[in-house]
Write a protein of this length. Structure first.
Length: 135
């Protein structure tokens, strides 16, 4: 099977992090998870199955872990440059709760494929631009 030469590896996922404790103020709905973090990564590359597998292992997985940890720190209000993690002076997040540490179990793959044309953003200031970020 001939491989096409111009296109992209594309990986889209959501990260559904859980809170570290139940919210006793919420009644009648599942509030155990925060709204998911949803994004995608892409890299220009010719169609290549082995290359796509290597791209996932060497580029995508480290990017997922780094980005999700950054989001977790942001929502936990852990500005570690100014406040130690254990500091009682660090500002709380807007949910006034703490997210659990990063876990691969919370990563949900949405799409993983090679494509000639990238999906685009459909709204906002990035409308018409590729969805996600290049890695």
């Amino acid at each position: 099977m001939p491989h096409r030469s111009k296109g992209y590896f594309y990986y889209e996922y959501i990260y559904e992090s859980e809170w570290d404790e139940e919210n006793t103020l919420v009644g009648g709905k599942d509030d155990s998870k925060r709204p998911p973090f949803h994004t995608a990564y892409y890299t220009e590359h010719r169609e290549d199955h082995q290359g796509q597998t290597a791209w996932y292992a060497n580029k995508v997985r480290p990017a997922i872990e780094a980005d999700c940890k950054k989001i977790i720190d942001k929502y936990n209000g852990q500005n570690l440059d100014k406040y130690p993690k254990e500091s009682k002076d660090r500002p709380p997040n807007r949910f006034n709760r703490v997210m659990k540490p990063f876990s691969w179990k919370a990563v949900k793959e949405m799409h993983f494929y090679w494509t000639e044309k990238l999906p685009t953003t459909t709204e906002g200031e990035r409308k018409g631009q590729p969805y996600g970020r290049e890695i």
